[in-house]
Design a protein around this ligand. Sequence first.
Ligand code: NAD
Length: 305
Amino acid sequence: MKVLVATEKPFAKAAVDGIKAEIEGAGNELVLLEKYTEKQQLLDAVADADAMIVRSDKVTPEVLDAAKQLKIVVRAGAGYDNVDCAYAKEKNVVVENTPGQNSNAVAELVFGLLVYGVRNFYNGKSGSELKGKKLGILAFGNVGRNVARIAKGFEMEVYAYDAFCPKEAIEAAGVKAVDSQDALFENCDIVSLHIPATPETKQSINAALVGKLHKNGILINTARKEVINEPELLALMAERTDLKFITDIMPDANEEFQKFEGRYFSTPKKMGAQTAEANTNAGIAAAKQINAFFADGCTKFQVNK
Ligand code: NAD
């Protein structure tokens, strides 16, 4: 089977070596399309591929139509909103992600950003500590769980809400489960977002919700920019001059947020999963999932069922 790795932003060399060893070790053929600049290059490369591994690359209906033999696409990473899952389903193409492979990387970044935030972005003035603060984790998935684990090391009081994870599972991880998003924001000094971008979550982080944060509250986003209602957050930050917004996904309104000097920070580009470890883990997991799919039809990580 021909497995195409199509990456506008390539994997690190160690990851490519690992993917190659996995794919070829299982008797499949690896084709690399890295740093492509034109859509046509992707359309040509995918034409005879049986499987494809992508990162943030857009898998649109046009790409799926060009991929006459494609049976499976694996997004090496957690979020898969770059793949048109519904159209892939129509075309009988399995879409998978590689959950959990970059979650420690994202969770560590949350704390790097939080320490930076509570110390006033290292402006020389006295800041505050994370110890004893109430942290709300919105969505207790792979990243959320890692955030909870690290937060306990900081001796924070940890709360979580997840629409689909049972309260018992949250409590079993030593975290206080609350009944709603509202309750999470109401109870906490800091809320960290770990929800995926779905029709339900897009624009859901609005002024009514963020306005419930305690005085000197912090909203931190390492999920997706689409979940934030940017106009409402801008208006709220103008009114609530105690609030901080820290994000790993630059908002569309970055320039307007920048006027809140000392209360706003965005990484220049998404850094959450940018570690050698996460990069390698996700790529190799994608290769293993493709091998398992061709060997015995395994679709354990399918996201377009
Ligand atoms: P995950 O699939 O393991 O967890 C997502 C959790 O969200 C699940 O527990 C699910 O039950 C919950 N959820 C879904 N809809 C919800 C809703 N409406 N309300 C409350 N909870 C809801 O994903 P993950 O690995 O933890 O990643 C979370 C998100 O973080 C990803 O979807 C992705 O967008 C983002 N992410 C960003 C980076 C980065 O580089 N900054 C890297 C990895 C992931």
